[in-house]
Design a protein around this ligand. Structure first.
Ligand SMILES: Nc1ncnc2c1ncn2[C@@H]1O[C@H](COP(=O)(O)OP(=O)(O)OP(=O)(O)O)[C@@H](O)[C@H]1O
Ligand SMILES: CC(=O)N[C@H]1[C@@H]2OC[C@@H](O2)[C@@H](O)[C@@H]1O[C@H](C)C(=O)O
Length: 397
């Protein structure tokens, strides 16, 4: 038997596993690494996050990623090169993080790598009837396995698409196993570049849970700041948005897109929510000279309204709690507006034992744990939530 397959069988059968989960989202700002210890699988899964770090990308690397991301036309040679580079760079960042924590790489059983989404193309975006839903994450797992010596699982979204989904959101697979409650109705709201939530009705009925993207989280605000305030990456503590006033007509124009009428679950990305989207909304209302402050205040208002509307639509009249995660939970104006819209204060996933900044990296570690040591959760025959395990396995040699 191949020694690595024997190793994998041992890891799968062991009572616990150490898995490094890796996530880099649409902000292109760095690689989140969560070193996790798992025991059990399925609804018996228990996870302890041993260490978490965001390894920031250099400005140069961010620019390389930006040049090939979310555009219909890019340099194919660059995509090919970066597929290898992101893999080997991720391996270096994992080894650097392990060194910083004083944790030996031989003690890590598996790496679970999301890769970098460079284009997300559900049918609702491309509208080409002869083509399916599709999504592309690069940063090949073989490079990670070879350079770290650790068995690596990667490219989690393709199985979801192959089985009829849009390749996202995958959050439901982890949120259901780790964070659902027998009694409390929960919304787990992640505000990254794109915002998404998981609906977890109390009682843990897998046939009722789902995750959906809502629309933009930080991405429109971040893109606007990066273009208009050289040297700034985002509107820290919402200082700029707080100094402006939302333009009601602009907010309404931003909300007037058929994406917001699509049924749950729906998915999207910066391919749709970008500065052209903002420009089109300004043109639609014939107001091209709205101040920068008012534009940012409007983007914040729009983001909050789209989130509140989608949550209310999902939850109906039941009592529920909201648990936040993702970088947007550090934007005080956005959180205040969501909280006002819902009429109560919001919790975050730390209240459920998961560091909200680490949550998505933990999710991919959990998907690897299920792939190797667990199995499929049966969500029933539902659009957008195929009952599959995900991840491709790369051996180190
Ligand atoms: N103090 C703060 N004030 C305002 N916004 C903040 C603050 N801290 C973080 N943010 C927002 O969070 C963003 C980073 O969030 P995060 O890293 O979750 O995004 P992401 O990696 O793209 O997520 P995803 O993978 O879900 O797309 C920043 O770009 C900014 O918009
Ligand atoms: C295609 C893709 O990379 N989608 C991401 C993105 O970032 C947030 C949102 O859009 C979500 O759908 C997804 O990530 C999370 C981790 C998910 O799949 O649940």
């Amino acid at each position: 038997m191949n020694v690595h397959i024997a190793d994998l069988a041992r890891i799968a059968a062991a009572p616990s596993r150490i898995i490094a989960g890796l996530m880099s989202g649409t902000s292109l700002d760095g690689l989140d690494i969560a070193l996790c210890e798992f025991t059990g699988s399925g609804l018996q899964t228990e996870v302890k996050v041993l260490h978490f770090i965001t390894m920031p990308y250099s400005q140069e690397f961010k620019e390389e990623l930006k040049a090939i991301s979310f555009k219909t036309e890019v340099e194919l040679q660059k995509v090919t090169l970066l597929n290898a580079v992101i893999g080997s760079y991720s391996a270096k960042l994992i080894l650097d993080a392990l060194k910083e924590w004083g944790y030996p790489s031989v003690a890590v059983d598996l790496v679970a790598s999301h890769g970098q989404t460079i284009f997300h193309a559900p049918i609702s975006l491309h509208h080409m009837e002869s083509f399916p839903n599709a999504t592309l994450q690069i940063g090949d797992g073989d490079h990670i396995a070879v350079h770290t010596g650790i068995i690596t699982l990667s490219d989690f979204r393709q199985k979801h698409v192959a089985a009829g989904g849009e390749g996202a959101p995958l959050a439901v697979y982890g949120d259901y196993l780790l964070l659902s409650s027998p009694v409390e109705n929960r919304i787990l709201l992640n505000i990254g570049g794109i915002s998404n939530f998981t609906y977890l009705p109390g009682g843990r009925n897998p046939a009722l849970v789902f995750s959906t993207d809502v629309g933009p989280g930080n991405t429109l605000m971040d893109q606007f700041v990066q273009l208009n305030y050289p040297g700034k990456y985002y509107d820290q503590d919402a200082a700029i948005a707080k100094s402006g006033t939302p333009n009601t007509e602009l907010v309404e124009a931003l909300l007037a897109h058929p994406f917001f009428d699509r049924p749950f679950p729906r998915t999207t990305g910066p391919e749709l929510f970008n500065l052209n989207y903002l420009q089109n909304a300004k043109e639609a209302i014939g107001q091209l000279s709205i101040s920068k402050e008012d534009t940012l205040a409007s983007l914040c208002e729009f983001t909050a309204i789209s989130i509140v509307t989608a949550i209310k639509q999902a939850i109906g009249e039941q009592p529920f709690k909201v648990y936040l995660s993702g970088g947007g939970m550090h934007n005080p104006l956005l959180v205040q507006k969501i909280s006002e819209g819902l009429g109560f204060a919001l919790n975050d996933t730390a209240d459920l034992g998961i560091d909200p900044d680490a949550k998505e990296a933990v999710l991919f570690a959990l998907l690897a744990n299920e792939c190797v040591a667990g199995g499929q959760t049966d969500f029933g025959h539902r659009r957008g939530i195929p009952s599959v395990t995900m991840g491709k396995i790369s051996l180190p040699a």
